[in-house]
Each structure stands twice: as C-alpha cells, then as structure tokens.
Design a protein around this ligand. Structure first.
Ligand code: HEC
Ligand code: HEC
Length: 258
C-alpha cells in the first residue's frame, strides 16, 4: 500500500479505488481493449485507419532503388512476400553477429545501409518508422512470439529491470501504471498494460505514426523523466521485454490509439 501513495501524488490523474483489484490482472490484453468504440472503428477499417498511410509510404520505400540499384524487393520479393510473417512476430531476436537482441526497426535500418548502400536512416525517423510499419503490417494477425529462454533470458531480465526502475521527478516506474492499474482511468484515458503489439501505432494525439521507442519516451515525459536516446541498447532491452510481455497477443500494426 505504501508504494501506491506515489501514484496517488499524480493527483487529478489516477482517480479512484486504486486498491481494488483490476479486472484485467493476470492475463495479457491489447491496448485496443480499453479504447473508445470510435477509436476502435478507425483502427478496424483500413480506409479510415490513418496508420495505413505509413504502410503505403513504407511499401514505396521497400521497392525504391537504392544507391546500388537494388531495392528491398529485389531480395525479399514484391511487397515483401518472401519475408516470413511468423519470423517478424519474433522480433526482437538475437543478432547472429553481436549475440544481443536487435529490434525490427534496427534490422531494417541496417539493411537500408548495408544492402542498398544508402546513407543511414535515423532511428524513429519518418522513413525508418514507415518501413517498419510496412514490414510489421505483413505480420498483422500473427501471434507475438518473442524468445524468452536460453541466451535471451538474461536480456529479458535486464529489460524488466528497466521497466520497473523508478525515474523522473515523480519517481514512477512503467509497471506502476501498466502492471498495477490497467483498466483504471487516468485523465481521459483508460490504462492498458502498455503493450506493443500495435506498434508502430498511429497516435491521434500526435497526428502521426510513432514507433515503440518514441512511445516509451512519451511515457517518460509524462512522469517528468528525461527523454532517452532512441536506438540505444537500453531501449532495445525495454522493447524486448515489452514485446515478450505481449507474447500471445495478435499483431495489430498499424494500431490507432488516442
Ligand atoms: C541483396 C539482398 C537483400 C536486400 C537488398 C535486402 N535484404 Fe533484407 N535480408 C537479406 C538476407 C540474406 C537476410 C538474412 C535472412 C536470414 O537471416 O535468413 C535479410 C534479412 C532481413 C530481415 C530479417 C528477417 C529475419 O529472418 O530475421 C528483414 C526484416 C529485412 N531483411 C528487411 C529488409 C529491408 C527492409 C530491406 C530494404 C531496406 C532489405 N531487407 C534489403 C537480403 C537482402
Ligand atoms: C503515470 C502512469 C504511466 C506511467 C508511469 C507510464 N505510462 Fe505508459 N501510458 C500511460 C497512459 C495513460 C497511456 C495511454 C493509455 C494506455 O494504453 O495505457 C500509456 C500508454 C503506453 C503505451 C501504449 C500502449 C498501446 O496499446 O498503444 C506504451 C507502450 C507505454 N505506455 C509504455 C510505457 C513505458 C515503457 C513506461 C515507462 C517508461 C510507461 N509507459 C509509464 C500512462 C503511464
């Protein structure tokens, strides 16, 4: 109970009945579950889903000729049809060379430079996010299936520690909102588990598609913690833990969220 006091300091924020058990505790659920009906309808209809613009932009980049006249499609097929959706649903995976977890966006950024000879893309830049949105959309409906055992186990533990580390002027940790209080109201929104199965996601509040690591920074900001550099090892570990926490959920990319 003492720990909950920190949360209550958010004042107007977390409103009532913090101690009462959440309806959602125990099982994983997508952030979609707590959306308003009108937002669900935008996500569900590809003509209304504003994230589909990023999919289209990513598709263009995927077939655009690089400096060496190749495109992603040269090797991965037209519209990425040779990429295995089940494999995409496993990201982050262990990188064969570094033996560390690599996020899907990082893999795409690496491919962009090494396979096409292009100038490197910045992590979370519009083009990198569009390509990731396109590639992950190929796996929409697949079940998230991140490795958690073997060589991955220690990295999952490190990611979990970061997810549970208290940060910022409010001395908050991600799990204090997303593990303890899902289903409860925070201002206009209902707290979810902070799952990543919809990322990259169209955020109505931002009027654009953002990647997981930008969303992490937005939540850092909301607890008045410093933004962290995207594309860092620490963020890869957090994304790893968060994606693994969503094992069993269906990929929704591009999700639509408030
Ligand atoms: C010259 C051929 C070539 C080009 C061009 C190329 N790739 Fe690849 N890509 C590969 C190979 C080979 C692999 C490794 C596949 C494996 O490990 O089984 C790979 C792996 C990948 C993976 C990881 C798949 C997995 O199994 O984990 C993704 C995602 C990917 N590429 C996306 C892209 C994107 C996006 C582009 C364009 C920016 C691109 N690739 C350009 C050959 C290419
Ligand atoms: C003060 C409470 C609070 C804290 C602490 C917090 N968040 Fe959030 N977070 C929210 C709210 C509110 C939303 C939007 C509603 C929802 O999906 O929970 C959200 C949404 C998210 C989402 C999007 C979920 C989706 O379905 O699109 C992710 C991912 C996320 N948070 C990650 C984090 C991470 C990582 C941290 C720690 C750095 C964190 N959050 C800390 C309140 C919080």
């Amino acid at each position: 109970m003492m720990k909950l006091k920190t949360t209550i300091l958010l004042g107007a924020g977390l409103s009532t009945a913090l101690a009462c058990a959440s309806a959602f505790s125990g099982k994983v659920f997508s952030g979609y579950t707590v959306l308003q009906q009108s937002t669900k309808e935008i996500q569900d209809d590809d003509f209304l889903n504003l994230g589909m613009e990023a999919v289209a932009k990513g598709a263009k980049l995927f077939s655009a000729q690089g400096k060496n006249d190749k495109s992603c499609a040269t090797c991965h097929g037209e519209n990425g049809k040779k990429l295995d959706p089940k494999r995409i649903a496993q990201y982050p995976v262990l990188d064969a060379k570094t033996k560390r977890p690599i996020t899907l966006q990082q893999r795409i950024i690496d491919e962009w430079a090494t396979q096409l000879g292009n100038a490197p893309l910045k992590y979370e830049s519009g083009d990198a996010v569009a390509l990731e949105t396109f590639v992950r959309n190929l796996a929409r409906g697949q079940v998230v299936n991140v490795q958690t055992d073997g060589a991955m186990a220690p990295f999952i533990e490190q990611g979990k520690a970061l997810f549970e580390a208290r940060v910022g002027h409010l001395n908050m940790a991600c799990n204090l909102c997303h593990d303890r209080h899902p289903g409860q109201k925070l201002r206009a929104q209902t707290l979810s588990q902070g799952q990543t199965n919809g990322f990259p996601t169209y955020r109505l509040a931002n009027s654009k598609v953002i990647g997981t690591q930008t969303r992490i920074n937005q939540c850092f900001k909301s607890v008045r913690a410093e933004k962290q550099p995207v594309g860092s090892e620490a963020f890869a570990l957090m994304e790893l833990y968060m994606n693994a926490h969503g094992n069993g959920l269906k990929i929704e990319t591009p999700a639509v969220r408030f």
